[in-house]
Every structure is written in C-alpha cells, then in structure tokens.
Design a binder for this molecule. Structure first.
Ligand SMILES: [Zn+2]
Length: 112
C-alpha cells in the first residue's frame, strides 16, 4: 500500500511573535505567522495578504484588506469576530503581526 501525504504548502513568509498565550494566566507563548497569499499588486484595493496563525488554541487566519479609505485587518479568532463592530479594536494576533511586520519593515504601508 502506498501512503500519500498532503502536498506541502509553500510559504512566501514566516514570522514569529511572543504574545499572551491562550491559557487563563495568559502565559507568554510563541505564535507563528505564515504568509499564505500576497497580492502582486498591493497598492490596488482588495485583499493585500493572508496569514495563517499557529500557536493558539486553534489555527486562525488574518487578512489584510485595502479599501479606498483605509487598510483593514480581519482575524478569524473569537475576539476579533465578537468585536468586529469596534473599528479601533485589534485582536492580539493582528497587533502581534503588525508589530512584527513593523519591526522587520516588511510592509510598512499595511500599518494603518
Ligand atoms: Zn485574532
């Protein structure tokens, strides 16, 4: 019998950040960000990039969207979903990603 394995994903980027962990005490934990999509035309409106977040209770996805007025961040975690109506709120995953991107100067235009 021949075993088949899923096709490995290819990532264009990989970042690591230490964030408050998923346990009750919020013990610092390592979160890993994998860039799974990057728009070849990042100055146009629409999805600029998508990241997969690992290290929490569940894997999450973060999307960065450019509109005519602003750059918006979307995360699939419960915190971001429940507080979606608060435009200034950013979950810890998005804050960690923005801080890390800023630190490595990957896409400064996304920090909006
Ligand atoms: Zn989140």
């Amino acid at each position: 019998m021949k075993l088949t394995s899923p096709r490995p994903k290819s990532y264009a980027g990989h970042l690591v950040a230490e964030l408050p962990g998923p346990d009750r005490k919020r013990t610092p934990a390592e979160y890993r960000y994998h860039l799974t999509y990057r728009n070849p035309h990042p100055t146009e409106d629409g999805c600029m990039m998508v990241w997969e977040v690992l290290g929490g209770r569940l894997p999450y996805q973060i999307a960065c969207e450019r509109t005519a007025k602003a750059v918006r961040w979307h995360c699939t975690c419960a915190d971001a979903v429940y507080r979606e109506d608060e435009p200034q709120h950013r979950c810890k995953h998005v804050r960690g990603l923005i801080d890390t991107l800023d630190a490595v100067s990957v896409v400064p235009a996304c920090v909006g």
